[in-house]
Design a protein around this ligand. Sequence first.
Ligand code: ADE
Length: 458
Amino acid sequence: MKLHVLTLFPEMILQGLAPSIIGRAVEKKIISLDAVNIRDYTLDKHGKVDDYTYGGGAGMLMQAQPVYDAWKAASGGKKIRTIYLTPQGTPFTQNLAKELAKEEELIFLCGHYEGIDERVLEEVVTDFVSIGDYVLTGGELPAMVMIDAVARLVPGVLGNDTSAEEESFHNDLLEYPQYSRPESWHEKRVPEVLLSGNHAKIMKWRLEQSETRTLRFRPDLYEKYREKQHLIKQLSKDKRNNIHMMESLSRGKGEILYRDGNNLIIFDREASTCMLKAEKTETATKLSERLPEAKWIIVNQEFVKEVLVTAGYGLWGECNQYLYTAKESLPVRYKAIRSLTTEDVPYVSSRYKHDTEEYIRERILAGEIYGAFDGDRQIGFIGLHNEGSMGLLYVEEEYRRQGIAESLEAFCINRCLEKGWTPYGHVLTDNTASEKLQDKLRFYKASQSIYWLSGKTH
Ligand code: ADE
């Protein structure tokens, strides 16, 4: 990942980050960080970059010309996401950090004095972001905060693979308390349950602690969490048909964008996917007007599909939804299966034609594509799509009918179960081979079809 910071204080960025984990990642060339001095680009012979504001008011404003030229130099004319740090921006969140961590290149623009001439902001900025409701003297500290939060999510930056699922803010909950040796300190003992070795009990205790903490310190987050839990419960009344929405919410991916009784829009921003449900045609029309820009829209009601097609969305395919409700893991008979790495991108994308190479790379980096091997030879793969469904299944022609697809599915199911997820998948209605496999593995088939529509950003 390449990071550029446009600033009047480049040394503040470089020296501030150098001794940190992010500095080490720069040394190891996992990320690159370049601080561009905006003053180097001024055409003013005295090196001036600011002037008084039109209409009066206290303080000076950074002028458009040096900012624009510094931005042009950093971007090299490419379309790069450019973030302006400002208290007037949208609040920075872990979700935005996750979204930005997927970009190959980012530009951070740091303002000073009273801000920057609006005209250059209009031309270069894609995101206006605030790190909190307080005013700092410049955008450098906020840029460093954002760089730290984003860069640590880039694979390879942190030594250990921290699990995003257990961090604070995942699923709108704060993290539970943690303890290390000794077992007793200042006469305070480590909670007994953590010494029990009972994984299920420990998970339950941690969830309760997370809930209690969130309610106490962040009632705003807790309210969001409760609303989601309530909706998941409602949706579970028709689990087979609603599993895609339930899993999107419970895995901490989808947000409730709109809800009025049985009219619902869930939006997974990272996957650029909307899922919706409506009570009747009129409300479906209203919902379609509220849809955000997204690559994909998933619906499981035929009349909603009709409304969306009429509104100009393209029908990509009709699928059957399958879900695996058993809690036990499955035997994996074919043993040589493991997570793929980015070296495997060309192999997967040359075999799997439904998605782009960029998408395959992103899925591999997420650790959610698994491959089967015969010695060094790759012979197949399976994975999870970014909105949560199982898919991306492929086995080389000469290795078919030997149970390898079954083993790949079992392997993927087991990974989902380990995370506490319910595995589910969407099978195109004409793919009888895949339908047979789902039946064999004791997946349940939902009664309603799932329709995938391409959003207007396609
Ligand atoms: N610049 C000054 N204050 C800021 C804040 N709170 N967030 C982002 N940029 C800023």
